[in-house]
Design a protein around this ligand. Sequence first.
Ligand code: ATP
Ligand code: MG
Length: 676
Amino acid sequence: MSSSTVINNSSTTAWDQLSLPEKIQTFDEYRSLYALSTENPDRFWTLAAQRLDWYQFPTKIKNTEFDYRTERGVEIKWFEDGVLNVCYNCLDRHIEKDPRVGEQVAIIFEADKLTEKRHHVTYAELLRDVKRFANVLKNHGVKKGDRVTIYMPMVVETCVALLACARIGAIHSVVFGGFSSHSVAERISDCESTIVITSDFGVRGGKCTPLKSKIDVALTMEQCKSVKTVLVFQRNHGLSATEDDCAEHRSSLLWVDGRDYWVHDELEKVDDKCDPEPMNAEDPLFILYTSGSTGKPKGILHTTGGYLTYVNLTFKYVFAYTPGEVYMCTADVGWITGHSYVIYGPLSNRATTVVFEGIPTYPDVSRFWNIVDKHQINIFYTAPTAIRSLMAHDNSFVTRTSRKSLRILGTVGEPINPEAWKWYHTIVGDSRCSIVDTWWQTETGGFMITPIPNVWELEGGSATLPFFGIQTQLFNKETRQPLQAPNTGELCIRDSWPGQARSLYRNHERFVDVYFRPYPGYYFSGDGCEIKENGYHWITGRVDDVLVISGHNIGTAEVESALVQHAGVSEAAVVGYPDPKKNQGMYCFVTLKDGVQESDALKKDLIKTVREIIGAHVFPDIIHFAPNLPKTRSGKIMRRILRKIVEPDVHNLGDISTLNDPSVVEELIKKCPRSH
Ligand code: ATP
Ligand code: MG
């Protein structure tokens, strides 16, 4: 039986209400709405779209084709005759409905530095700032449909820049501030931006890091000739010389007259009147290049109406959000999680969202929990990698904080191993908070498989059940045939949902090849999944992260999860290398907890642990103690690089500039027995 039959097979009552409920409270309610969403998607998504304000409410709801073999080919359109503006839905409408909302805090800014005065930005202030910045963009000739590259740290101004683009109908392409000049140049040229928005510096972990100078280098490259204007925010604008840590670096800033402009100067020249541009639902909202943990970046294209409807509803239900609550997502705006669940989902729901500039370990590993107490955060959303790195330290860093305000904890980005889940649940959440383990992708726009708090039982490590409108289907990799659950296979989605990407920017062919050709008629996620008897989904990792050793298929995520169950281990990454006898050998990079000594005895013990937990057919061939692993700045381990190290093929590592700390790679190569 497929997952949807698990959900549908008991008697469902038809949903005959005129609107969607504010919260999902019972499993029966979920089941009825799920049935409606799959049997009558037009009706369900009409109700969801009513949560937004439209200049023209759509009459055509779903018009999609997943099968590339049809005459039409793959095409995805939602609400195609609807007209709306995303920025209006995130800001103006809340204040128009109730002027008191103008005083409500929209964004709480938590600066890297503890002594910096935190500032709260109200909805009225944010709207004013967005209008003014939108006028700056217009003054520099930015029009509807133009691409704007945004290369910024995690500050309020970044949110202002995105919303200003949305307001005037420009397509933003945010490039994460950790990317190298080369990576930015590649992304600027792919979408032919004419303008770049950046900041002179960013501040993270007590360090002042340059951004503008990386843009300067990128713009010397031939492929970036399209860029005519660079708008530069000044990180510490308005601070006194003694407070401004970046001052000494600023004196060496390159400045190209006629190209570079300080935003604070440009803001002097504009007023705060700027009407939102009415946009067709299928007009592009943004392009976002995927993180590149698996190769050349793809320009994922999201459009206006379907995307906002989807992130608005998923945010509302999955966090069971009530206005007035304080919500924090630790993701950088440079990733999809930052787009959907720092900005668009929360603000379209009139939430108070926290923007955190810093890192979880600065000034110490209590930082997250101190922020929770300081701002009385009710909902906290982060990544398993952050959880694993924090649980490697003494629990007192957590338990000395109160965390009483917390109601819901969330995770995204990777499978969360049950050990980390348990720690998050019991230590951080005092066994009191629901955990929402949300599975989704840049390409999906919003949550796909996720718990809804307090509606069904949680199982640590499972993303549980599909969201409304999402029909999952497993396939067998070898036979290419659909699998009946319970089973394990490649995860596909049977029909369209409004939040999904429409294409790759100017490369529809690659879009079809990557996501629709592998299983005709289905969206292919690239992830493996196990669906159990009870319909719960367990993501096993990327399908290219499966090892075939002596005829056994072994998911690397499973081995990693077993390794971190050992008391001495904080993190593990497992990859394969070619082995003439077994086809592949298993190479395990293991990061030990603080104070745990490396030893051969420990290696033996780790091998024993893995075999006890998974089975005697699994044998880690090499254990490599690695204090640091190569990670993207969004915290994902770059297994692509680890594979190259152990293959060994260290001269073809590919782009490592997106790594948090590229020097880690050298260290690993030095210590790798296979690369010598
Ligand atoms: P690229 O596509 O360039 O390799 P990426 O896949 O890391 O980059 P994202 O779209 O940010 O970029 O990440 C989506 C992927 O993250 C999913 O396909 C899945 O592998 C993993 N993932 C996200 N959330 C979860 C989760 N809750 N459980 C398990 N895996 C998850
Ligand atoms: Mg991906």
